[in-house]
Design a protein around this ligand. Structure first.
Ligand code: MBD
Ligand code: FE
Length: 282
């Protein structure tokens, strides 16, 4: 049996009541948005003849997502984070704010309060890391190319098993998370370990949703950045490592061509020795 009731006056009035339209208290924007949201979902139920079983299965799924704090993980998987970035890109283009390193999504795994350093930091708390040594260096410049001294560079990434400290109980606090302030020439250097890609945990509510769409939950190896300096727009971005099978097949849609970086293997013992000094190199 299929019935269509959405367009009836009773239903339309009912949605207004649900959204508090008759009430003097509350918040107008909340009322407008809840009105649209409930309206769109009621219409969806009508159009797709959603059954009671399907509806309550959806409620149970939302409960499991929420109880396991997985909304932040499903959100990039369903493209919302990237969509917000596309809107921010359009806002910047409209305001003629062009140039510079492109933004991409933050993801759900940032943690504030990482140890701070000037110019150089070692990021791996050696006792729980088995990855290949990685040297990461760069220069913060404004859109005209002028180096910015004292810029704040926050870096965080996964270990060689794709796990992040604070979310992976096997790692120490702030492992692979550091804040580095750039030196007088805008440079920063980190010694760390090469991260592996991240995978949505098997069987987690987000995995259930992705599997129902025939999709995987894999991200390529990547390194997250926040870059900020007084008087400049905050940048949220990532480096995506070239050569990963998921570099161009990221479940979170965060890869951008300009952010794909090829790691260069250092084989020369003299070059390695120079970097083993645990400090910045010139
Ligand atoms: C990650 O490490 C990540 O960066 C994103 C966007 C989603 C899940 C895990
Ligand atoms: Fe990540």
């Amino acid at each position: 049996m299929t019935v269509k009731i959405f367009d009836t006056p009773d239903v339309q009035d009912f949605i207004k009541t649900v959204a508090g339209f008759g009430q003097t208290g509350g918040n107008d924007r909340a009322k407008q948005i809840v009105h649209r949201l409930v309206s769109d979902l009621f219409k969806l139920i009508d159009d797709f003849d959603v059954t009671e079983e399907e509806y309550w299965a959806a409620v149970n799924l939302l409960n499991s997502l929420g109880s396991q704090t997985q909304f932040g993980l499903l959100s990039p998987g369903l493209g919302f984070d990237h969509y917000l970035d596309m809107r921010q890109d359009a806002i910047d283009a409209e305001a003629k704010r062009t140039g510079g390193t492109p933004r991409t999504i933050e993801g759900p795994l940032y943690v504030a309060g990482a140890p701070e350093a000037e110019g150089f930091a070692r990021m791996d708390d050696s006792q729980d890391n088995d990855g290949e040594t990685m040297w990461l260096t760069g220069q913060v410049r404004d859109v005209n190319g002028t180096p910015i001294a004292g810029a704040k560079v926050e870096i965080w990434h996964a270990n060689s098993h794709g796990g992040y400290s604070f979310f992976d109980p096997s790692q120490s606090e702030y492992n692979l998370r550091r804040t580095i302030y750039t030196d007088s020439e805008g440079h920063y250097t980190a010694r760390s370990i090469i991260p592996s890609g991240y995978g949505v945990p098997e069987g987690a509510p987000t995995d259930v949703v992705l599997k129902s769409l025939g999709r995987h939950g894999q991200r390529p190896a990547h390194i997250h950045y926040f870059v900020s300096a007084p008087g400049h727009q905050h940048l949220t971005t990532q480096i995506n490592l070239a050569g990963d099978p998921y570099t161009y097949d990221d479940f979170a849609f965060a890869t951008r061509e300009e952010l794909v970086v090829t790691a260069e293997r250092i084989e020369d013992p003299a070059e390695i020795a120079k970097r083993e000094l645990d400090g910045p190199f010139s």
